[in-house]
Each structure stands twice: as structure tokens, then as C-alpha cells.
Ligand binder design. Structure first.
Ligand code: HEC
Length: 175
């Protein structure tokens, strides 16, 4: 009995020292990883994004390079509407519906998510900066590059710039 406990304890110590044991469990398994494996046998799934990028957005490696990309999607009402959907799914938990950082998860973070309605995000940084932050994350913010196609991320940029603040304006009451 004692020996089993000792073995269990020594097994736990190194894994605790490296990372939370459960944080890598899903990744470290024998399955074929994305972009890996028998291409000739198993074709890439439909709509998968080639490494070279898409027609309108070249593949970039980091935040700095992504920041320089121009937005290929005009800010049409359709693009803004698609961006709003993405925002509700991925951004509201932290940045809140208002975009100011008061989402239920954001409120619990030590560093509150930055205010996306501030002049900095609305006017000062290039649109590519918002795209870069979504694609690669920030110092604390997780990355969402694997969750959305490049075009969907640009729609999201259009929503942050052209829809987010407008959505906060009080509805005009019909008298
Ligand atoms: C898990 C919480 C979390 C989620 C979800 C999240 N963010 Fe963030 N975001 C943060 C935090 C914290 C910061 C500030 C620190 C940093 O940049 O990492 C931040 C910063 C940013 C910035 C930089 C603002 C500036 O002034 O530099 C942008 C842009 C941004 N987020 C956009 C988004 C968008 C768009 C989404 C939805 C895809 C999103 N965030 C989802 C937590 C989050």
C-alpha cells in the first residue's frame, strides 16, 4: 500500500513541475495531428486553409506581420453582421457585449480585457492590429486563429470598427 502511494506521488511531481497534467492530455495522443499524416490516403477536409494562405490573406507567422495586412473585406452591412456573430461567440465572454471588457469571464481576470471601444482600437491602430490580436492573441489574450477563417476574422475587424459602438447607441424610441 505504501509503495503504491509512493509511486503515485513520484509520478505526480514531474508532471506538476512541467505543466498542469490535464492541459496537454488532449494534444499528446496517438491521433494524426492537423497538417500531418497520410495525405495520399486521406485528403484534407473541404474548406481547409492551405498554408500559403487564402486568396485574399497570405499566411503570416506572427503578430507583427499580421499587423501590416490590409483588410480585404469591405465593411458592408453583411460583413459587419457576420462579424457580430463571431464577436458574440468568441469575444463577448471577456470583452462583454459592450466591448469594454465587462464580460463574465473578463470581470474575473486580474488584468481586465482592454476596452475595444476606446479610440486606440477604434481609430489609432491599423485594422491589421485587431486581425493580428485575434489571430495570435496578446500577452494574456488567447489566440483565435484556429477558430475562424481569415475572412471571418476580417469580418470581425469590420464589426469592431463599424458595428460595436453603433450597437451600444440607445435605440431611437418610436413615439
Ligand atoms: C479570455 C479572455 C479574452 C477573450 C475571449 C478575448 N480577449 Fe481580447 N483581450 C483580452 C485581454 C486580457 C486583453 C489585454 C491584454 C492582451 O492584449 O493580451 C485583450 C486585448 C485585446 C485587444 C488589444 C486592444 C489594445 O488596446 O491593444 C484586441 C484588439 C482584442 N483583445 C480583441 C478581441 C477580439 C476581437 C476577441 C474575439 C475574437 C477577443 N479579444 C477575445 C482578453 C480576451
Amino acid at each position: 500500500m505504501k509503495l503504491t502511494r509512493w509511486v503515485a506521488l513520484t509520478a505526480l511531481v514531474p508532471s506538476l513541475a512541467m505543466a498542469w497534467p490535464w492541459s496537454k492530455d488532449m494534444a499528446n495522443q496517438i491521433s494524426i495531428k492537423p497538417q500531418e499524416g497520410p495525405d495520399s490516403v486521406r485528403p484534407y477536409p473541404e474548406r481547409s486553409v492551405p498554408m500559403a494562405g487564402t486568396k485574399t490573406t497570405p499566411y503570416v507567422h506572427d503578430h507583427d506581420a499580421a499587423m501590416k495586412l490590409p483588410n480585404p473585406n469591405p465593411a458592408t452591412p453583411e460583413s459587419i453582421a457576420r462579424g457580430r456573430e463571431m464577436f458574440k461567440i468568441y469575444c463577448v465572454p471577456c470583452h462583454g457585449n459592450s466591448g469594454t471588457g465587462d464580460g463574465p469571464v473578463g470581470a474575473k481576470l486580474i488584468v481586465r480585457p482592454f476596452d475595444l471601444t476606446a479610440d486606440r482600437v477604434q481609430k489609432e491602430v491599423p485594422e491589421g492590429y485587431i486581425f493580428a490580436h485575434v489571430t495570435f492573441g496578446g500577452a494574456l489574450m488567447p489566440s483565435y486563429g484556429n477558430d475562424m477563417y481569415p475572412s471571418e476574422r476580417w469580418d470581425l475587424v469590420n464589426y469592431v470598427r463599424h458595428g460595436l459602438k453603433a450597437d451600444q447607441a440607445p435605440a431611437v424610441s418610436a413615439k
